[in-house]
Design a protein around this ligand. Structure first.
Ligand code: ADP
Ligand code: MG
Length: 350
């Protein structure tokens, strides 16, 4: 083939994860009036008569999302469910059912899968959801898990990413950065063990951050506090990719700018200590770029925030601004930095 006629192929790195999704789905417009919201939020919104449903799906692949050298199968089962439910709560909806599909290689025993399902069962029980189906197939390359979650919502309560308003408070639940640091500890201990099999992992001092990585929880409690106090956030997302990237999704969808105050970003003392002392990195960077915290990031007017203030573990970390202001992070000394999304992006070029 001559050079001129050679077809140009595009590497997926060039588009990045979100660019790729947008590119592949741009020609799809809804054919059914029941498809209220499609690609682009934490979950799709479907409406059948008076019933409004939200639906979200996630894929977890061995060696990409988890390493069975240090992730116990029971925890993996639990986490696989929880990360999906988190997307449903991020719509201010209540998860009701999941389906679970597995591709597995012959190295998995029945006992190993029982352990995985005991974690799935515990998560279903803790969050009140039913496992209603799935699919099972063999694989040559380890374990792949796909979970779809379906939730129920009152249509007027659903929160998307695009509803933020100028002057809204930007709020976050819990604390950030710990799951990332837990992963760094697990990776470090794995290397020590690989170098010398007689070395046992030393995890006692890291219990909180390791648990945040291995056994995250979805913020069902925050959704309940909203309901009890008659509060509906203007915009909401769950923090799976890191504060920076996930705030940017809200800003982009809402066509607004934002400012964050570094000193208000909640960080657990153990995460703070490990970031500074052991990895010599800024705890703020872990919060901004780490991901997997599964906390809720939402915006609402000051008056609405006051209705939940003190009733839930939620902090105000910033404010929504006019789009021309961009997205800025203010250091404790008042210096402003442009925020760049360094969160997790699967196909990003290194
Ligand atoms: P989250 O991090 O909240 O799980 P994702 O970043 O995975 O969300 O996905 C963003 C949006 O793109 C969602 O609406 C999701 O349903 C959609 N999406 C992701 N991958 C695909 C795909 N291959 N085809 C169609 N839609 C997709
Ligand atoms: Mg999400």
């Amino acid at each position: 083939m001559s050079k001129e006629t050679k077809k140009k192929f595009t590497n997926i790195n060039e588009l990045g994860e979100f660019g790729l999704i947008q590119h592949l789905t741009q020609n799809f417009s809804p054919l059914n009036s029941s498809s209220i919201l499609g690609v682009g939020d934490d979950a799709a919104i479907l409406k059948y008569g008076d019933a409004t449903l939200v639906m979200s799906t996630d894929l977890l692949v061995e060696h990409i999302h988890f390493d069975l050298n240090y992730v116990p199968l029971k925890h993996l089962g639990y986490k696989s469910v929880v990360v999906n439910l988190s997307d449903i709560y991020a719509m201010n909806a209540t998860p009701r059912q999941i389906t679970l599909s597995l591709a597995l290689s012959s190295r998995f025993t029945v006992e190993a899968l029982e352990a995985f399902y005991s974690g799935v069962e515990l998560a279903c029980r803790n969050y009140g959801v039913d496992l209603v189906g799935g699919d099972t197939t063999s694989s040559r390359t380890g374990l792949t898990i796909s979970i779809t979650a379906i939730g129920e919502a009152n249509e007027k309560n659903i929160t998307k990413r695009d509803g933020a308003q100028v002057e809204d408070y930007i709020c976050v639940s819990g604390d950030l950065g710990a799951a990332y640091l837990g992963l760094q500890i697990l990776e470090r201990e794995k290397k020590v063990w690989e170098a010398d099999n007689s070395m046992q992992p030393q995890l006692e001092a890291y219990q909180y951050i390791v648990e945040r990585q291995l056994k995250p929880e979805a913020r069902k409690d925050i959704i309940q506090v909203f309901a009890e106090n008659g509060v509906i956030p203007n915009a909401m997302i769950d923090l799976s990719d890191g504060l920076s990237s996930d705030l940017m999704h809200i800003c982009k969808a809402s066509e607004l700018g934002a400012e964050l105050y570094e000193e208000n970003i909640p960080i657990h003392p153990q995460a703070h200590k490990v970031a500074f002392k052991e990895f010599k990195i800024s705890p703020t960077t872990c919060a901004l770029s780490g991901g997997e915290d599964y906390e809720l990031l939402f915006t609402l007017p000051k008056d609405e925030f006051q209705k939940i203030d003190g009733k839930a573990n939620v902090k105000v970390i910033g404010k929504m601004l006019e789009p021309k202001e961009g997205i800025k992070l203010y250091s404790p000394k008042g210096q402003a930095f442009d925020l760049i999304a360094q969160g997790w992006n699967h196909f990003k070029q290194e």
